[in-house]
Design a protein around this ligand. Sequence first.
Ligand code: SAH
Length: 505
Amino acid sequence: MKRNGVVYLVGAGPGDPGLITQKGLNRLGSCDALVYDSLASDYFLDEVPDHCRKIYVGKRAGAHSMKQEEINRLLVELAEEGLNVVRLKGGDPFVFGRGGEEILALSEAGIPFEVVPGVTSAVAALSMAGIPVTHRAVSRSFHVMTGHTLSDNGTLPPDFDSFAKLSGTLVFLMGLSNLSLIVNGLIKNGKPEDTPAAVIENGTLPEQRTVRGTLADIENRAEQAEIKSPAIIVAGDVAALDFSSTLSLPLKGCRIGITGTESFAGRLRRELLKYGGMTDNVLTLSTQSHRSGEAMKEAYKSLKSYSWLVFTSANAVREFFTGLFEGGYDLRLLGTIRFAAIGKGTADELLKTGFHADYIPDCYQVKDLAEGLKSLLTKEDRLLIPRSAGGSPELNRVLDEAGVFYDDIVLYDVALKKSEQESMEKVLAPLHYLTFASASGVDAFFQGAREKVLPSLASLKVVCIGDITAKALCRYGREADLIAPVYSISGLTEVICQDWCREKE
Ligand code: SAH
């Protein structure tokens, strides 16, 4: 009999992807199915293994969302298939997250489960807005209430008066549409009108906004600022405090869209996060390996006849060495072969396998790689260039002209990965920058939808990793706003940091 899988109810934290727990990340890293909704950042979709089934269950404007009973059933069915499932929920699974209902359904079906707590927005959104939920001599307790069920019949629930009379910090989740009812209810039940109050929108995210005031005017102020959901309402003396962080990272408040392969996107995202930027995956390219195809088999077999191995991407390095070991060879096969790498990222990847690059061009471009190599070669040299299909013909042109012997072999293909994303316009709307790391990424982005996406690029800056990528962009009628002078992840990050800091001045 097939064994049931385990369901992990994981709290994703309040929005900033850095606020998930290590335990939550570990569960994501080893699950077979992911069931998630809109409060959980897209960032987490990249943390699951390749084979993982990703199932979106709502609720985004316009998209179909599942009813709670359907979600319960889905979790049971997936586990009965023997899959280990992560049910990812915004904040903490039990803070108005309906985690309990899912657990009841799982217990009934005899499915094993584990709860991984999360950082709740009820505390974290306040912290990030500089409002401490408690403060010595100001607030000795905090109380969290849902504002959602308040207005079933337009009235306050019977226990609201005792809630209003509590002396600590009062926090309302899901209360924005009932803000008026809440504020008036608090005042009617004895809270002074000058009680400090605040509304925090998109807490912990780059677009976080806080409106502060008192019970008398907070409704007006929130309305004027056009505060939208998700938002948290706070009432109590702590709402007058402001302990916002004073350390500001260079990319604070900056939202960057990434296009590229999964591995590239992951590395760029980690780098941008270090500087306080938030990222969205706009388009993911997947790589299809040909490392065990006939051409590569032949190349491994005759590896000893080559004097140079040329890598034009970190991915090529990974694929090449994986294929080498899978083929039953080891590093001895490489003997005294010399290595050329197109840039630092590729050279760093090579170093992981124990080899320093013998040659890296000053400018990380195919043309410079070819020109530089040319000057190092003799007539006896034989080059092996395992790289992606559709790699730049510039390399062949320069080497052909110089009469260099080389084998240019397709090691992998890059293709657009089907995404479960919303429409491109919606994905692009909140972005400040959109990055392109290759001409193939540019082509994939515009595939079939050129007229539709061009206008969406008007409100953001497009950043390209190098001239070839920028030229590819030009072909679609859009100039790059920024080109990284150093063609690497850190070069791309640096150019965005500089520009963003200039913008803020
Ligand atoms: N389990 C979640 C809460 C789910 S209820 C948690 O522990 O945080 C959904 C409500 O949470 C939203 O309506 C909003 O009031 C609040 N919320 C969640 N994330 C938020 C955020 N980033 N900023 C402001 N409010 C948020």
